[in-house]
Design a protein around this ligand. Structure first.
Ligand code: ADP
Ligand code: ZN
Ligand code: ZN
Length: 848
């Protein structure tokens, strides 16, 4: 980064009638205050609130930032620097968004810069570290847009050298020899000539299919006959053309030719000659073209799949009830058992909201769910639907962002970060599976809960909100009791499907009787064999990935630990590694103990990988697939696993929480929960709630579309109260029990919690900071409001020692506001001390 911009132009004193404007900008950095920059006079009429500008920050860094306000007051503390360049002539961040972002920063105790940083796709955050690359679909010959001289220079530079070459913004600046080059990049981006990315791994590499089609001059019977005559002596080429015509019904359907045929279907066909294919392309008989494969391919065979479902009577009633309650309530909870058909009700309500001219946001917790639901929504809403999801590249995200701004997408289905999109006219917000903890962002700040932010956004925009779940969050259900939220219930599954039968199996007994087969009880094993014989499918849930949570030398007791975290290393057999699940550190698996040299090193415990391995040996005829973080890292891996399962190529799907959610497969008749106890015994006040939700949700995957399902839960302690409620699927009884506990012990929804984490590399500095911070908080909030400090169970992560302080506050708005100000003041006080300069403080409001 050697380029510095010569931006400090001599500043003539403004004449009396010249208006000097200043802009407060939001830099994508965790700065407590907004910075003020001066607007170059000749650009006064170009400055837009919500638009991006380029400024210099620090000695060398140039960044794009968002203009939050324009005014005439120079900053008092420093001399304002000039804005270097204006990128947008219309806002990319709207007024309603700015309002929401301010609320997020205030409520979650973070900076506006952190919110902007989380909100904007990287490709909208131009900085000197951004990079440009030619768009893979760009071809100089076919590009319809004229390029300016500057733009052409950039294209030339990117097209020489290796394919996929990229340049940093700094290099582009050097190439063009000017400081204000960002507008050219923006223009190239709009013309689809280049795209931007921030990190090398974000490089855009869409799946491209090489296809061929018949050149258009041959699409008539006369022309083709002439062609046959020409090729009469060239039988190999003739064969290729014949095959093409067999596969593509050119004359019945001209559109079919336009879509063409995969080139490989010709070049790799056994009796055809690849060189003949290429000759035909060279002679212009066949045309070669690239097709970028869509992210959510609509199955061609499914083309006539049902678009319109008629709601059942129960669904109709629920829908009407929701509408009725929306008349005097802004928020309604749809509490419907798994498989009740909530999605169809959502679709109906979305249609209605769109007809009224409003926008719709449909939030889903995770992409595991989106594949099925998105396909369904695509069929109904087509090109009006935008999809926003965490595995999308930045460029894809920018496309959705701009689509919402321009009105192209009136309905967006997305994961939690979709709450940052530039809606300005929301009529309906749906938060599906509202209880899900993945709506909460843990790290980095803003540590927001998308459900709560969605409720606030809806409130700002006058939108109604529908929360949906089979196992509502205790806090949500409580609000239906207080009357703040409406409540609509669906107690039966759609159609003939009944809820599954749930059986508890005692693993302690099986262990004593030595009847366990690896980690499977004989009951589960027998049931699996039965289902496999019937060609029915099975889902197994184990809350731990990897092969084993740790390994242990049986002779000297050695257990490998992470160098940077206070955890043992998990064994991953597939990659033959020991891995830390907290920092990603990994090393080769050992054959012998490095401490004593013994070969007696054994794995302890089990994760999904071991289950998969064991099943392959125990049930060799079954096709077993695993779905967890390790098997779904690649962009389309999720969808592939799900689609294999859907096509019934997979008999048993083993996985972590990913398998517990949303999947709806007609042929699954058995669900096994391999180790229920580890989920229940978790040191957190929400452990029971989470266990109940997980068990009910995963059970909900069994027995849909008319088949009676079965669930087997393996536990060492079948007497626990929670099981009884799970077996009877009695949410209400669970709720009544849980809400008593919460009231008694002072937990949400009766109290609010703020958790502070103090981190430092040196354990004693961290402890001292935590103690002092606690004292400051006690002074301000009172002894009874502050718990800790205390080292968490995993007390060291990535070389930082952790200390936690928990603050419990009354729900009253004014109390909460004042307390938050106190928390910030206390932290600031510590930050000002020299000894604590390197201490990091993380604030989590409403931790989950
Ligand atoms: P939920 O989201 O409540 O768990 P789903 O929306 O997944 O339930 O619905 C369960 C199943 O019932 C799905 O396979 C869905 O396609 C089907 N279904 C729901 N409503 C209808 C309807 N009105 N007509 C036909 N099939 C429906
Ligand atoms: Zn040893
Ligand atoms: Zn680690």
């Amino acid at each position: 980064m050697s380029l510095t911009f010569d931006f400090v132009q001599p500043q003539p004193e403004p004449a009396a009638d010249r208006l000097t404007l200043f802009a407060d900008v939001i830099l994508p950095l965790p700065l407590p205050k907004l910075y003020t920059y001066r607007v170059p006079f000749e650009l006064n009429d170009q400055v837009v609130v919500g638009g991006r500008v380029i400024v210099q920050f620090g000695a060398k860094r140039t960044l794009s930032c968002i203009v939050a306000a324009v005014h005439e007051h120079p900053p008092k503390e420093y001399q304002a620097k000039y804005i270097l360049e204006f990128i947008d002539d219309a806002p990319v961040v709207t007024q309603p968004q700015l309002k929401l972002f301010r609320w997020i920063a205030e409520y979650y105790l973070c900076t506006l810069g952190e919110v902007i940083n989380a909100a904007l796709p990287a490709a909208l955050k131009l900085s000197s570290e951004s990079r440009v690359q030619l768009h893979p679909a760009f071809e100089a010959e076919t590009n319809p847009y004229p390029l300016s001289e500057q733009e052409q220079k950039v294209v030339d530079a990117l097209s020489t050298g290796e394919e996929g070459k990229s340049m940093t913004f700094t290099e582009v600046g050097e190439l063009l020899g000017i400081a204000s080059f960002h507008k050219y990049i923006k223009s190239l981006m709009q013309k689809d000539v280049v795209f931007l990315f921030e990190h090398l791994q974000d490089k855009y590499s869409p799946k491209v299919l090489k296809k061929v089609r018949l050149a258009h001059q041959y699409i008539s019977e006369a022309a083709i006959e002439q062609l046959f005559a020409q090729l009469a002596s060239k039988s190999k080429q003739l064969d290729v053309v014949m095959r093409y015509l067999q596969r593509v019904p050119v004359y019945q359907n001209e559109h079919a030719n336009h879509k063409g045929l995969e080139k490989a279907a010709l070049t790799s066909a056994p009796h055809l000659s690849p060189s003949a294919v290429n000759t035909l392309i060279k002679n212009g008989v066949l045309e070669q073209f690239d097709q970028i494969v869509s992210r959510f391919p609509l199955d061609e065979d499914d083309a006539e799949a049902k678009i319109h479902f008629t709601l059942s009577e129960a669904q109709q009633t629920a829908r009407q009830d929701i509408m009725r309650q929306f008349q005097d309530k802004d928020i309604v909870l749809l509490h419907g058992v798994t498989g009740a058909g909530k999605t169809e009700i959502y679709i109906d309500l979305i249609k209605q909201a769109l007809d009224g001219g409003g926008q719709v946001l449909y939030l889903l917790p995770e992409i595991a769910l989106t594949a099925q639901i998105v396909t369904r929504l695509m069929r109904v809403f087509g090109s009006r639907l935008g999809v926003y999801h965490s595995k999308f590249s930045d460029n894809e995200r920018v496309e959705v962002w701009n689509g919402v701004l321009s009105g192209r997408f009136q309905v967006v289905v997305g994961v939690r970060s979709a709450i940052f999109l530039p809606f300005d006219n929301l009529a309906l917000t749906i938060v599906d599976e509202e209880h899900e903890s993945s709506y909460k962002q843990y790290d980095p700040a803003p540590r927001y809960n998308a459900r709560e932010v969605a409720l606030m956004m809806a409130n700002f925009q006058g939108s109604k909100t529908l929360l949906g779940s089979a196992t509502p969050a205790v806090e949500t259900y409580y609000q239906t009791r207080t009357g703040r939220y409406g409540l609509v219930e669906l107690t039966k599954r759609f159609g003939e499907a009944g809820l599954p039968e749930i059986e508890l199996v005692d693993t302690r007994k099986s262990r004593e009787q030595k009847t366990m087969l690896n980690h499977f009880t004989p009951e589960l094993m027998a049931e699996m064999e039965r289902k496999l014989a019937l060609q029915e499918q099975i889902i197994l849930f184990q809350n731990r990935r990897g092969y084993a949570p740790f390994i242990n030398c049986l002779d000297c007791g050695w257990i490998p630990k992470c160098q940077s975290c206070a955890v043992s290393l998990s064994y991953h057999k597939h990659s033959h590694e020991l891995r830390c699940h907290y920092c990603g550190y990994h090393e080769r698996m050992v054959a012998q103990c490095p401490a004593c040299g013994s070969r007696n090193v054994k794995t302890v415990g089990f994760g999904t990988e071991k289950l998969e391995d064991d099943l392959k040996v125990m049930l060799p005829a079954a096709n077993v697939q695993r779905m967890d973080l390790d098997t779904t890292r690649a962009k389309n891996a999720y969808q592939q696993i799900i689609s294999e399962f859907e096509k019934q190529n997979t008999n048993i799907l083993v996985g972590t929480q990913m398998v517990t959610k949303g999947l709806d497969f007609a042929n699954v008749s058995l669900v096994g929960i391999i180790n229920a106890d580890s989920i229940i015994h978790y040191p957190d006040f929400r452990a029971h709630e989470r266990a109940f939700q997980m068990f009910v949700q995963v059970s909900g995957r069994a027995g849909r579309k008319g088949k009676k399902g079965k669930v087997i839960i393996q536990t060492g302690d079948p007497e626990q109260v929670i099981f009884d409620k799970v077996i009877r699927n009695d949410y209400l009884e669970f709720y009544e029990y849980e809400i008593l506990q919460r009231r008694e012990h002072g937990y949400p929804p009766f109290m609010r919690i703020i958790r502070l984490t103090v981190k430092h590399m040196d354990v004693s500095v961290g402890e001292r900071a935590a103690l002092q911070l606690t004292q400051e908080l006690v002074d301000r909030l009172g002894r009874e409001a502050v718990l800790g400090p205390e080292a968490p169970y995993i007390f060291r992560i990535r070389n930082f020692y952790l200390q936690e302080i928990t603050i419990k506050l009354s729900r009253e708005h004014t109390v909460l506001r004042a307390a938050k100000a106190d928390v910030l003041a206390a932290i600031d006080l510590l930050r000002d001390q020299k000894e604590f300069k390197q201490v990091r403080f993380a604030v989590d409001v409403d931790p989950m």
